[in-house]
Design a protein around this ligand. Structure first.
Ligand SMILES: NC(=O)c1ccc[n+]([C@@H]2O[C@H](COP(=O)([O-])OP(=O)(O)OC[C@H]3O[C@@H](n4cnc5c(N)ncnc54)[C@H](OP(=O)(O)O)[C@@H]3O)[C@@H](O)[C@H]2O)c1
Length: 326
């Protein structure tokens, strides 16, 4: 290591993405079981912004400055004591929550970091949410995958779609939805996907959606509803779309309660993806290299333009992932 300070995308208090800033911080040091990674790419995600706008304030009271960033690809530049999985020069990628969000991480092997939207970040080495990056998966393709790809694998595992089932995907135009639609198509689902614009509808059709629906106009008698967008107050209208005995699976936090569906003749499921063995970095890399998983990238930004990246993410409805290269 030749440098002591680095640039990072930080919040200095709760506020809108326009109030984020690029700050000069000390380079973090790896402790036992940790690796220091020179970041090549990171992303902006819903959680990044929900945390800094105060959306989870009742769960965690942030200390500032708070460095954003969950997904990363980069190169190991230092390994702390006891790290056997990685050495200096290894290319790695994955998903790790900023340490202040520890209570939302896997309690057994939490994947935590000092914040990935920075030139350097420290990660825990012993977690399936982090893995070596295969050379065939470039850093930008890799960094787009851990959340949307891992969540897609987790949804497919929970939903157990049978060929010919009708599946309504609500929130299909986000990073998760655009990764999920081809997986559903490959499973033989008849897909109805929500779209707000003609551009979104065209993209969804090209990915395998047979039909699109407006946000306020769901089809009837579907077998499965996958909710990637609605909070609890929107669930009754989503549930009305199901045939009796159908299943609604949500990924939107907090986990809903069956009493919030407005009917009791359907099943409710919830998916929480934390990056375990079956959905972590190695699993998404294998699925991507096998051609089974890909997350479209909407736009790329340099870290110096990180505030613009976060603002555009919040205001411009990107179709796909916002990747920040470092
Ligand atoms: N439980 C888990 O493990 C897990 C994992 C990953 C993500 N998530 C959560 O899942 C959600 C989706 O994640 P993401 O990364 O795909 O987010 P995203 O990229 O922000 O996508 C959300 C999409 O939903 C659309 N949308 C908003 N309101 C809608 C409505 N009323 N009806 C239909 N579509 C609507 C948005 O389109 P417009 O803005 O154009 O309207 C946007 O395309 C987020 O809440 C995220 O926090 C949970």
């Amino acid at each position: 290591m030749t440098t002591d300070t680095m640039r990072a995308l930080v919040a200095t208090g709760y506020g809108e993405p326009e109030q984020l800033t690029i700050a000069e911080l000390d380079v973090p040091r790896p402790g036992p079981g940790q690796i220091l990674v020179k970041i090549a790419a990171s992303t902006i995600n819903p959680t990044d912004l929900r945390v800094v706008t105060g959306g989870y304030r009742d769960l965690v009271d942030l200390e500032f400055p708070y460095t954003l960033g969950n997904e990363f690809a980069g190169t190991v530049v230092e390994a702390g004591p006891g790290v056997s999985q990685y050495g200096v020069g290894d290319e790695v990628f994955g998903l790790a929550l900023p340490r202040q969000l520890r209570l939302a991480a896997d309690p057994v092997r939490p994947s935590l970091s000092t914040g990935a939207l920075a030139e350097f970040a420290v990660f825990e080495a012993d977690t399936p949410a982090v893995a070596h990056r295969p050379a065939a998966l470039d850093p930008e393709r890799a960094v787009a995958l851990p959340i949307a790809g891992g969540t897609t694998l987790a949804i497919m595992d929970t939903a157990k779609i049978r060929p010919g089932e009708t599946v309504l995907v609500i929130g299909a135009t986000g990073a998760v939805g655009l990764t999920l639609i081809p997986a559903l198509a490959a499973a033989g689902a008849e897909i109805v996907a929500t779209a707000r614009t003609a551009e979104a509808a065209d993209l969804l059709s090209s990915l395998g959606a047979g039909r699109t629906a407006r946000y306020d106009d769901y089809p009837e008698d579907v077998d499965v509803v996958l909710n990637l967008a609605l909070s609890a107050d929107g669930l009754p209208s989503a549930a009305r779309s199901l045939r009796p005995g159908g299943r609604l699976i949500s990924i939107v936090f907090p986990p809903p309660d069956p009493s919030q569906l407005g009917r009791d003749d359907v099943e409710l499921g919830y998916v929480m993806h934390m990056g375990d063995e079956s959905t972590g970095a190695r699993a998404v890399a294998e699925a991507a290299l096998a051609g089974r998983l890909s997350t479209p990238i909407a736009r790329r930004y340099a870290l110096a333009d990180g505030v613009e990246a976060a603002t555009d993410y919040a205001r411009r409805h990107p179709l796909g992932k916002i990747v920040v290269t470092v």
